[in-house]
Every structure is written in structure tokens, then in C-alpha cells.
Ligand binder design. Structure first.
Ligand SMILES: [Zn+2]
Length: 72
């Protein structure tokens, strides 16, 4: 199940929520109950310049290309 990050449009509170594929409506803010907006995944931002979200750089080319890091 994917985890989505939401930010409240009223108070700015950010939170993550596990969403099933059948869920189509955005959750209400747990702090103030107002509407929220889905944010871009923080995971996608983390993987840039690193190996599959890990701390090791992929400059060596032995991680993802080798298929030995467990993310493929
Ligand atoms: Zn709120």
C-alpha cells in the first residue's frame, strides 16, 4: 500500500497516510478537520542522487544497474 503525504489547506499541518487503492477521497486534517491536498511523494525526492533511497551514492553504477540492491 502506498503512503501519501498530505498538507492541510487551512492550517498547513502535514501528515502521512497509508491509502488503499480503493480510496479516492483525500482525508480530512487530523488537527483541524479541514480539507487537505496530496503532496508529491517525499520518497521520490530522496532517491535522487542516492541508491534507491539509501545513503550510498549510485555513482559507482554497481547498485541499481547490477540489480543487487533489492529494490528491483
Ligand atoms: Zn488543518
Amino acid at each position: 500500500m502506498p503512503i501519501y503525504e498530505y498538507q492541510c489547506t487551512a492550517c498547513g499541518h502535514r501528515f502521512e497516510k497509508l491509502m488503499s487503492s480503493s480510496s479516492v477521497t483525500d482525508p480530512a486534517c487530523p488537527r483541524c478537520g479541514k480539507a487537505t491536498e496530496k503532496q508529491l511523494s517525499t520518497f521520490a525526492a530522496k532517491v535522487e542522487g542516492a541508491c534507491c533511497g539509501g545513503s550510498e551514492p549510485s555513482a559507482g553504477g554497481s547498485c541499481c544497474s547490477g540489480g543487487s540492491c533489492g529494490c528491483h
